[in-house]
Design a binder for this molecule. Sequence first.
Ligand code: SF4
Length: 123
Amino acid sequence: MKVKQVICLGCPIACNIEVKFNDVDDIKDENISNHRCKRGIEYAKSEVKNPTRMLTTTVKIQSEILELLPVQTSKPIDKGKLLECMDELAKVRVAPPIDYNQVVLENILDTGVDIVSTTEVKR
Ligand code: SF4
């Protein structure tokens, strides 16, 4: 049986959860330990099976006041795609006006996830 340690990001307690499994598609609740609440069970299963992360970064903007526009993914994305996404975002150039939460790149790398602005830039 494989054993994996997962740090739960569900709250600031950050439980160090232990997951024992043979098959990532059939992880039994009773083989998950060291979590303080039930949220940790689902988090640990998804982290072992398909880890995802929010990507926060910047893209270039042709603005009078900013050189880089802060952006993030609209939802968590496969952890394994993060570097490829960063390469894709290095090619992006945007121009004002940009609203808060405006999509600056749709469906990055066909993941179904958009890249959105985390601030507004008027000029
Ligand atoms: S398992 Fe529950 S208590 Fe522990 S870090 Fe996750 S959300 Fe917080």
